[in-house]
Design a binder for this molecule. Structure first.
Ligand code: PEP
Ligand code: MG
Length: 758
């Protein structure tokens, strides 16, 4: 049954539209479960469920039978949100007969709710003439099918496909998570990871004949690759093993395969899309065969499919033109994909996976590009060349927007521009509260563009330079001298203000293409200081580069990520001292910079006092600290709703760090994204943080907010919220405070909350 289920899900995912998907489901489930009827009812409005597909009931009833949760057995499944299994349906008090269906002759009934994110989207029903109770394994299978299909159906519902089966495309909205504030209007460009058959953009072509030529050319290149490979391995392989390559070449010469793809291209499809679809269909039919030899062919074909696709994408990338209002869309965007788009064209970003604390979102915020993360229901492959609105404030994507909506968003973009130029007026003013309490506002950087933006926006220092960013954008480790130059640029740009350089923090979701770390549980694995202590050669060359870069400037600070024990800190300190003394011996004129520790693991919260006693500063990494305290993956859109930055446990931990650091006379800063939220910034200053470090984009708003309140008031605000039981009450309390102070509009959530998107 597991195999049947897998094939069913594959088929459904490959269906072009919802109706085809539903028809496949009812047909296959009826076959697999050897029953006479299988039907699907789906929610069309608030409490209306419609028969959408059936095998066994009268086909003309499809689209005609509608019921509510208080009607009939299907309604009862909806109301209870549980499966119902009846031997004799007609005897049940909730039984109601819908004459259009012809269902009176079926006695047994098994209905399973289709639930997505706690909502009942529909009901999957099987029925049988003879009276019998479906057994437990049948019930379990139907529940499994429903659970698997819920995602597909939710997706179709979100895309508006339910209301528009067979109709032209129309405005549709998709919810995700805010990645970076701002609104953007533009044209979708789909970025696919190279040679991944499953994530190719659904493109069209204008000149089919030259597109077919292009395909044949790329197949030729793949053939050359294989011939070279065969030649290269000739000595080492037996004649029998070499036959493998012949099988590959035979696939490339298979005229049926070529014809099939060419036909799709002649109907207007782009070569990469047509190729990937044909290959995937054949792979899936080989996989479902019983013969082991034929199943093996599936992997040959998949491998070859990827090779040809790689060539198709490589050649297409060379000639790709980005429109001046590009909205970059992808399943899982990375820093290197971002770097491929000319900066002046990039208006917005949408990633199907990831969350607001994914690194791509952090980069987007630094660059000030409106971004939506975790748009899991977006049919991203279909977004190429589509008109799209990105509402980065609310985490909304709107495709094919109406003219009216476009106007509304244009006005918001205009208002935003005005607000930004209003904030420019305070660039050179200090960040101090109404009662003259001075707060240091620093920035987080990683790219050179951040430096420009930060200086323009009046940053007084760098609280976090993410040194892994230049590492991520290369194809090998940068040399000590290359690093020295990068660091020197940062230090000089901000001189005489301090620049806090974090030692390499890779692992987790930041893996270097040339140093892959593959783990079951990467956020709990080999990351940050754990990697660099295991590779002292990498750590030492980085620290040497930093120290050399700081020569004569005296504004370097070194910060260690992911420290979870005193032992790790001491080992890192030993290495820093060693690098320092080596350089003194090499006649560098340097001084030992302040050394600090990031508090981003719960263990470090409870050792804040001991850590603070041994270093020059502490800095809280609230992105990771929140993830570890709440046990919520910072990249997982599915749990983003419970990644609560103002959870009482998080606030309590932050306060504990401030108290312990200050007890040792050690200053404490915060460099997670929380510091860039004007509401949270009130609480952070109110609880005693000395420095807030944030992305440059948010700095003016935070400064404007802090300049409008007094320290007394925000200390009082912190005292008010610290005993509240949940994040919701804390957020409400902070919102009310901001409204009262007349600065609510500075919150990202406030900007577009009045735009209604149907
Ligand atoms: C953090 O975890 O809060 C932090 C600043 O580091 P990063 O986001 O780079 O993991
Ligand atoms: Mg971190």
């Amino acid at each position: 049954m597991l195999n049947s289920l897998r094939t069913l899900v594959q088929e459904v995912n490959g269906a072009d539209d919802l109706q085809v998907a539903l028809d496949i489901i009812v047909q296959r489930v009826r076959e697999i479960m050897h029953t006479q009827v299988c039907s699907i009812y789906l929610r069309t409005t608030e409490d209306n469920y419609q028969l959408m597909a059936t095998q066994g009931l009268r086909p003309e009833a499809v689209g005609k039978v509608n019921l509510q949760s208080h009607e009939g057995l299907v309604g009862w499944v909806v109301a209870r949100a549980e499966p119902i299994n009846l031997e004799n349906a007609a005897e049940h008090p909730r039984y109601e007969y819908f004459p259009e269906t012809g269902e009176e002759k079926y006695q047994s009934f098994l209905g399973a709710p289709i639930i997505h994110h706690r909502e009942v989207l529909g009901v999957l029903v099987i029925q049988q003439i003879e009276s019998r109770k479906f057994d437990e394994s049948e019930e379990a299978f139907l529940v499994t099918v429903s659970a698997q299909l819920a995602g597909v159906i939710a997706h179709a519902e979100a895309t508006g496909a339910l209301g528009s089966i067979g109709k032209e495309s129309r405005q549709a909205r998709f919810s995700g998570i805010s990645g970076a504030g701002g609104v953007a209007l533009g044209v979708g460009i789909v970025a696919s990871p190279s040679a991944d058959l499953h994530s190719v953009a659904q493109t069209t072509c204008k000149d089919p004949e030259s597109e077919v030529e292009f395909l044949l050319g790329c197949m030729g290149k793949a053939r050359n690759d294989i011939e070279h490979l065969a030649e290269h391995l000739k000595e080492r392989l037996s004649a029998q093993e070499q036959v493998l390559f012949d099988a590959y070449l035979a696939i490339l010469e298979d005229t049926m395969l070529i014809d099939e793809v060419s036909q799709r291209i002649r109907l207007g499809e782009g070569a990469a899309w047509a190729w990937s679809q044909v290959v995937l269909t054949h792979v899936s039919s080989f996989m479902s065969m019983n013969d082991a030899y034929l199943r093996e062919r599936a992997s040959d074909l998949r491998d070859l499919g990827r090779r040809v696709l790689g060539h198709l994408q490589q050649s297409a990338a060379k000639s790709r033109v980005y429109p001046e209002n590009t909205i970059l869309v992808g399943q899982e965007l990375s820093a290197s994909i971002l770097a491929e788009v000319p900066q002046e064209c990039l208006r917005g970003i949408i990633s199907v996976q990831g969350s607001s604390n994914s690194h791509v979102a952090i980069l987007a915020r630094a660059m000030g590009i409106p971004t939506v993360m975790g748009a899991v229901d977006l049919p991203y492959k279909k977004m190429d060349q589509r008109q799209i609105v990105v509402d980065g404030y609310r985490g909304l994507v709107i495709t094919d927007p109406t003219q009216e909506l476009v106007e509304q968003y244009r006005n918001i973009a205009e208002e935003e521009k005005q607000l930004a130029s209003g904030l420019e007026a305070i660039t050179d003013l200090p960040c101090e509260t109404l009662d003259h309490h001075r707060v240091a506002l620093w920035v987080n950087t990683g790219l050179m563009v951040d430096v420009m933006r930060s200086l323009e926006r009046g940053a007084e220092g760098v609280g976090l330079f993410r040194t892994e960013v230049p590492f991520l954008l290369r194809d090998r480790f940068p040399s000590e001298e290359e690093q020295r130059k990068i660091y020197r640029e940062q230090l000089q740009a901000f001189h005489p203000n301090p620049v806090t350089m974090r030692t390499l923090d890779i692992g987790g979701d930041k893996s270097l293409p040339y140093f892959p770390i593959e783990e079951q549980n990467p956020f709990l694995g080999w990351r940050g200081i754990r990697v660099t202590l295991d590779h002292p050669e990498i750590f030492l060359s980085q620290v040497r580069a930093m120290l050399k870069a700081g020569e004569g400037l005296d504004n370097l600070r070194i910060m260690l990520p992911m420290i979870s024990s005193i032992g790790e800190l001491e080992s890192a300190q030993v290495l820093i001292y060693r690098a320092f003394h080596e350089l003194l011996e090499e006649n560098y004129n340097i001084t030992l910079p302040p050394i600090g520790v990031m508090v981003e693991v719960p263990a470090a919260v409870y050792q804040a006092r001991e850590l603070a006693a041994r270093v020059d500063f502490l800095s809280v990494g609230s992105n990771d600290l929140t993830q570890y305290l709440l046990a919520v993956d910072r990249n997982n859109g599915r749990v983003a709703g419970i990644y609560e930055s103002l959870h009482p446990a998080v606030l309590r931990a932050l306060y504990e760090v401030v108290v312990q650091a200050h007890s040792q006379g050690t200053p404490v800063s915060i460099c997670g994204e929380l510091a860039g939220d004007p509401g949270a910034a009130m609480l952070l200053v109110g609880m005693g943080f000395d420095v807030l470090s944030m992305n440059a984009t948010n700095l003016p708003k935070v400064k404007a907010a802090l300049r409008s309140v007094s320290l007394d008031d925000i200390e009082e605000l912190f005292l008010q919220v610290r005993d509240l039981p949940d994040a919701q009450s804390i957020n409400n309390c902070v919102d009310a405070f901001l409204k009262e102070a007349g600065i609510y509009k500075l919150l990202r959530t406030a900007v577009t909350e009045n735009v209604t998107v149907p």
